[in-house]
Every structure is written in C-alpha cells, then in structure tokens.
Design a protein around this ligand. Sequence first.
Ligand code: DGJ
Length: 555
Amino acid sequence: MKNRAFALLVIAILGLSCSSACAQDTPHLEKRDGRFALVVDGKPFLMLGAQIGNSSSWPISLPNAWTSLEAIHANTVEAPVYWEQVETVHNTFDFTNVDLLVNQAREHHLRLVLLWFGTWKNGQNHYVPEWIKTDPKTYPREITAYGKLLDVMSPNSPTNLEADKHAFAALMHHVREIDGTRHTVIMIQVENESGSVGSVRDYSTAAQQSFDGEIAAELASALHIRPATWSKAFGADADESFAAYSTAHYIGEVAKAGKAEYPLPMYCNVWIAYPVHALENRDRPSAGQEYPSGGPQQADITIWKAAAPSVDVLAPDFYSDDSVLFRDILATYHRADNPVFIPETHFGASFGRYFFYALGSGAIGFSPFGVDRPAPATAAPAAAAGENRPPNPAENFALFAPMVEQIAQLNLEGKLQTAVEEKGSERQTLHFDGADAVISFGFPQSDGNVPPGTPQLQGRAMVAQLGPLEFLVAGFDASVSFRLNTAAGAQNEQIEILKAEEGMYINGSWQTSRILNGDQTDRGLNFHSGTQQAVRIRLHKLPLYDEEVRRLRQP
Ligand code: DGJ
C-alpha cells in the first residue's frame, strides 16, 4: 500500500497520468524489421507455455495443474476463463476463479495467459451462459442452408456481439484492477478456435441480407479490389470468406472493447485447415466440416487482418506429426503483420523438434496442450497415440527457462537460427555473418562416417550470433562446429577456437561453469540428451599461410 502511494506520488510529481505511465509498462509486442518480441516488464520475454485442460480452471483441479506445470519447467500457464461461469446471471460477474488463477500463478512464479472461452470454443458455443443458450430468439444461433439451428452463435448478430463485448470488457476491467501493475497476466486469447462447425456460413435472414450486399469498404481496400457483392468478389469462396469476415469483425470488436479497459496483447488461436488425405477426390478440406468455417485459417489471414485490427496475433494450434506441414504453417503465419506463436500443440514426441522449429522462425511463445492430464497407465499404447510424455518438453524448457530474455532479444534482432534433425538430413549447415555452423545429429560420431542421427529424430540445435565470431549454442543429440564461410574470404584464412565456455545465464548475466576443451571441442561442441547448459564460444581468424615461408618453399 505504501509503495503504491509512493508510486502515485511520483507519477503526480512528474505530471504523468496513470494511464500513460501504466501503459508503458503494460506487456506489449515490439516489432523490429518485421520481427517481434513480447515485452514484459520492459524486457523481451519468450513464453515457455503450457496449457491446462479445458475444465481445469477450478479450485479442485488447480493443485494438480501447478504440479504438472512445475514438472515441465514452464514459465507461463495458459488457462481458460469460462463465460458460463463468470456471468451465470446476466450482468452479474463473478471473477473468483480468475482471482484464484492470478494469485496461484504468482505463488508459483508463473506468468498467465487467460483464454476467453466466450462465443466460440472449438467452432461451437458450448461456453455461453445458460441465459444465452436458452434464448435463441434474443441471441440468435447460426442457421444452416436448410434451416437448422446450430450449437454455434450467429456472428452476424449485434445482440450476440454486445453480450460478449460486455462480458469480455468486464473481464479486462477486472484484470487491470487486480494486475495492472503486477503483470502476471501477459496476454489474452480472445475466444477459442473460432468459426462454425456445421455450416460454411450463417444462412439466417439477417446474415443472408448482408451476404447479398457489398463487401465492406475496408476489406475491399485491404484486398485491393473494387467493392462488389460477396459472390462477385470471392466466387466459389464467397460463403467462407463471408464467414471469415463476419467472425473476424465480431471478434475484433470484442478485442477492441477489452483493450479499451486494459490493452494487453490479444490473439486468436486457429483450428487450422489440415490437408485431407482420406479420399483422392477430396483434395481440399471443406469449411464447416473438417475445420470451423470463418476462423483465421491459412486462406483467410488477410481477411482477418483487415477485419480485426485489434487482434494482434493469429496463432495456429498444431496437432499433427507431419513436420513438413508444421514448417509450412510456421511460414504461413510468420508475416510482417503477425508474430509466430504456437499456443497449443501435442504434448508428445514431436514437441522437442517443433519447439526448435518455432524458435527458428522467431516465435514469441510455444505451448503444449493438456499438460495436467493424468499420466497414461501404460507407456506403450500412449506412445502410439503420440502422447507418451517424452522427456523433451521438460528438457527443452529447463534449458531455455534461464535465458528467455536473451533468446527473445536475439530473435528480435534476427540473430538466432535453429537446426532440427530430419530423415536424411543428419548434417546441416547454418549460415551466419562470417562463419557457418555445422550441426551433426546423433552419437557416436566417428571420423569419416556420416553422423548416425537418432531413432526418433530428436536431434535439435540452436545457434545465435552474439558478436563477430562469437556464438551462443545449445541443443540436444547434436554436435556443432564452426568454419569460415566463403563469403568471408575463407580461402586464405582459417578459424580456431579462442574459448568455449559452458554455462548459463542467471538473472540476465552469463555464468561460466567450466571451460570446454580437448575432446569436448576438438570434434565440435557436443550436446547430449538431458544437457541443461549452453555454450558461449569465441573464435578468431588467422591467415592460412605464412606468405614468406610459402614463397621460399615453393619450387
Ligand atoms: C483444441 C482446443 O483449442 C482445446 O481447447 C482442446 O479442445 C483441444 N483441441 C483438445 O485436443
């Protein structure tokens, strides 16, 4: 209380309004040359996230959740807030579960991302309060082409929008009140996997009227097209584009109302359109069937960006073991107007590799889903389902937790790259200014042989340039060595190690635990599974030849 009074006095003396002083401190996104960092308490922050189960934000389930979060070394918990619970009675709010989340996250030294389970949850309306569910006349449902009322709210209804905006704004008001100076809550997910399951768009009379009219002016200008009807502008994709615009506009308005109370960074997670492999003639997944129509899927990012400017990040959830698809999704959502953030992924064997791929594309955060699920009874069947809780989530996060600030900063500056083992790519090269890093996966590595790789493709490495010929290196099941690259005129120069220090950042500064040399550096820096230390390596260049001796000895 005393501190707060003093802070207010300082603010008053300096003539600052609270809103400007607090706003500077509020977690926010920083953009530099098309790259991003999430800034928390003035420092770049990498979210080592973990999402708890859908029904876990309750006093009875939270103790187990905290234990699981600790076990995987997460620094951020993603936890749902249920509209049906916070506004059981229309216009009466109960934020006790939110308070519990904030207080207990603080006790466990975790940051918190709140997930607003409002109008949408997995393309349906299951979290709207009973007073909405039971009154479809006032709060209209989405209606299919043949007239069926869906368990999806109409995104074309102003009443639905007002109700959600009102509740979300109340939530954000409350979060600012309890956390506006502490910043335990660092980001907000607005809705969950929006869009509609069951129909490509809303065919209600009101929606049909809008569909028959012209597309919005801001959309036409964002797409560089002339105003036209939806059918003219989008042809065969008109229904889905209309759904995307309606949903994005609705959620953009919800986000805006929330930001007016407390402008935290806001994102929407995406149930992406996975390719359909089932039947040859179904080369394209269908909107409203295989994925919720109108969500921020790959094809509709531009519509979403135009229609929902208050949503800062479109963040793909990823539930597939196809790493080619994962890289494709990273590339699709990695845009000058969109930071990479993976808010949900399998808590399975692919985790370790995907985390490194995401880091390599500048991700501000990464999170497995359902970390507080009870452990499977037997390892074998669970492993088959890709949910075998391999050690790699914990080992990844344990390695990176002490240096999130440095990693986020290096990514903002574009100095960090990663290599991930793939079949047939057991050796890879990363190009840096002045030198290349050569990564070889799997052990043992013997002279003259290609590196063996690992049976489960678990090799992964990160290299970041700290200065001219100085690098921060970390990884698992990988060795990393450096050579001059030809761009740096390597023909007449050679490179050697000055010092390789194993250690870790602690409270922002590097602490060396030992200097590596001999077998630990002569054939590259070796990172075995379970390593929790990084290496800072300094190299230097020297001429390849003594020119005088070379001249004298030449025949
Ligand atoms: C994605 C959703 O966003 C989560 O809330 C959860 O339902 C998972 N799917 C379940 O796999």
